[in-house]
Design a protein around this ligand. Structure first.
Ligand code: ARG
Ligand code: ZN
Length: 476
């Protein structure tokens, strides 16, 4: 930490100068009051739900991931692949660092350099601890190169759902919400540290490697193909992907001008993915609600294996086996709500899932099915004594991140807010939310504050009833 907070704290406390001069000299290096004070970066970003996710003391600017991947041998060989990789990470020190962490789990680091110099490092269950020499002063830029690799398996999250680098027979499904990126690269694995990405993914010739952003190059030599991707929009780690498979590629430009790159397992072409054809019209519809599509590209990955859910991987949503209309709309809406504006803490997940679910309510109305109001009424028909209501939407707990109320009551909260403040203020709020917090993160408090600012209404009672009280809202 810098000396400034110490000075401010003492000055504002109004402590007599003679008294503070002693401790203040005691913390400075002898004869050099401006000398750096080195310490270790924290092993977490400070998120109470996932204490080891992300890290302190560093701000990653860019990840360049060179991944060399060998999928499993044909059955009955085990579903295990092999990854040999080099991660080049450009970061800035946010404190004077004699040590800092990256998250890495299940793979082994074999060498680390910082600004070209070999660094000592250690690994524990979730952490790669790097000891840079020379040490890093606050504001120093560092290029950290980590060589690593190992056997890839099928990792699971705290709910036992597949996530991270999920090995498949023909490649990998790579979906990492909330903290699964550490299963495939060294990372500050928390949404508060967004960064840009480039990827060079080398796979056996004939397979496709699909990451975020735009395809910049493919090179085939000696039986392998390297797929290069550039993802220049700041991205939370959980939204990164590098899925590998036997995919059919479809490239086109959507009606709003966004270039689309779809990768679909050939066995899923036809009915299972027919609804992807609505993407172009959906982009136009959601731009009308939320403002311009925020990223350089879009598209879908549809695999023939399944993690049991879809994910809004940035610019390239992932679908398990089927891409049905409601899910296609949900993952696309997340690009604004969740990806461009991301949760400050995982407790804020309802701002992702509530908005995405509400977006499908509005899309359904646009398509002539149930109106948003009818979807709301249907949701509110659940009796007050139903356990469904015994849930704090804005504090769902780690095992409740993807629970039903985060989605449905989250969506109903937004509809109730729309009715309360009126359509003009509600859609101004939606666009202001994206414009103000796009590229960054925001919290439930930020949302409530902005809603009050835009509507000019006092909304404490509203948010208390809808997202902070484990009961059916009756009055708001
Ligand atoms: N964010 C994803 C979606 O709503 C869901 C991810 C579910 N993840 C899980 N581990 N269950 O589209
Ligand atoms: Zn969602």
């Amino acid at each position: 930490m810098s000396r400034r907070p110490v000075f401010l704290a003492l000055a504002s406390a109004g402590v007599a100068l003679a008294v503070i001069s002693v401790p203040s000299l005691a913390v400075a290096a002898p004869g050099d009051p401006g000398a750096p004070r080195y310490s270790a970066g924290a092993d977490g970003a400070g998120d109470p739900y996932f204490p080891l996710a992300g890290n302190g003391g560093t701000d990653v600017q860019h990840y360049d991931l060179a991944l060399d991947y060998a999928p499993p041998a044909p059955a009955p060989a085990p579903l295990e692949g092999h990854l040999e990789a080099v991660a080049t990470i450009d970061l800035v020190a946010t404190q004077d660092l004699d040590r800092f962490n990256l998250d890495l789990r299940g793979l082994t680091a074999t060498a680390v350099t910082v600004n070209g110099k070999r660094s000592a490092f250690e690994q524990s269950a979730n952490e790669l601890v790097v000891t840079p020499r020379p040490k890093l002063k606050t504001g120093a830029e560092a290029r950290v190169v980590v060589s690593y690799g190992g056997t890839t398996t099928r990792p699971t999250d705290i709910e036992d759902a597949l996530y991270g680098w999920v090995t498949t027979r023909d490649g990998a499904m790579v979906v990492s919400e909330p903290d699964g990126s550490a299963t495939w690269y060294p990372v500050n694995d928390h949404p508060t540290d967004k960064a840009t990405y480039t990827f060079e993914i080398t796979v056996p010739e004939g397979l496709v490697a699909v990451a975020n952003g735009v395809l910049t190059d493919t090179q085939t030599t000696a039986g392998t193909t390297t797929w290069s991707w550039n993802a220049p929009d700041p991205m939370a780690a959980y939204l990164s992907t590098a899925s590998v498979g036997d995919y059919e590629i479809d490239e086109y430009v959507a009606a709003n001008g966004t270039p689309i790159f779809d990768a679909v397992d050939p066995t899923r072409l036809g009915a299972p993915t027919a609804d992807l054809a609505l993407t172009s019209e959906m982009l136009v519809f959601f731009e009308g609600l939320y403002g311009p599509y925020p990223f350089v590209s879009y598209g879908a990955i549809v695999d023939d294996d399944s993690v049991g859910y879809a994910l809004e991987t940035q610019t390239r949503s992932f679908f398990s086996r089927n891409a049905r209309e409601g899910t296609v709309a949900h993952e696309l809406a997340h690009q604004w709500m969740g990806d461009h504006v991301s949760p400050e803490r995982w407790a804020d997940i309802w701002l992702n899932e509530g908005w995405a679910t509400y977006s499908t309510w509005m899309w359904n109305e646009h398509r002539g099915r149930a109106t948003a109001n009818e979807s709301f009424d249907d949701f509110m028909s659940t009796p007050a004594d139903d356990p469904e209501w015994d849930f704090v939407v804005a504090d769902p707990q780690p095992l409740g991140l993807f629970a039903g109320p985060v989605y449905d009551r989250g969506a109903a909260t937004l509809h109730a807010l729309r009715v309360k403040i009126g359509d003009d203020a509600f859609f101004e709020l939606a666009q202001a939310w994206v414009a103000r917090f796009g590229g960054a993160t925001a919290s439930t408090t930020d949302f409530a504050d902005l809603a009050e600012e835009v509507s000019g209404e006092q909304l404490d009672a509203f948010f208390t009833a809808w997202v902070y009280t484990p009961e059916k809202p009756v009055d708001w």
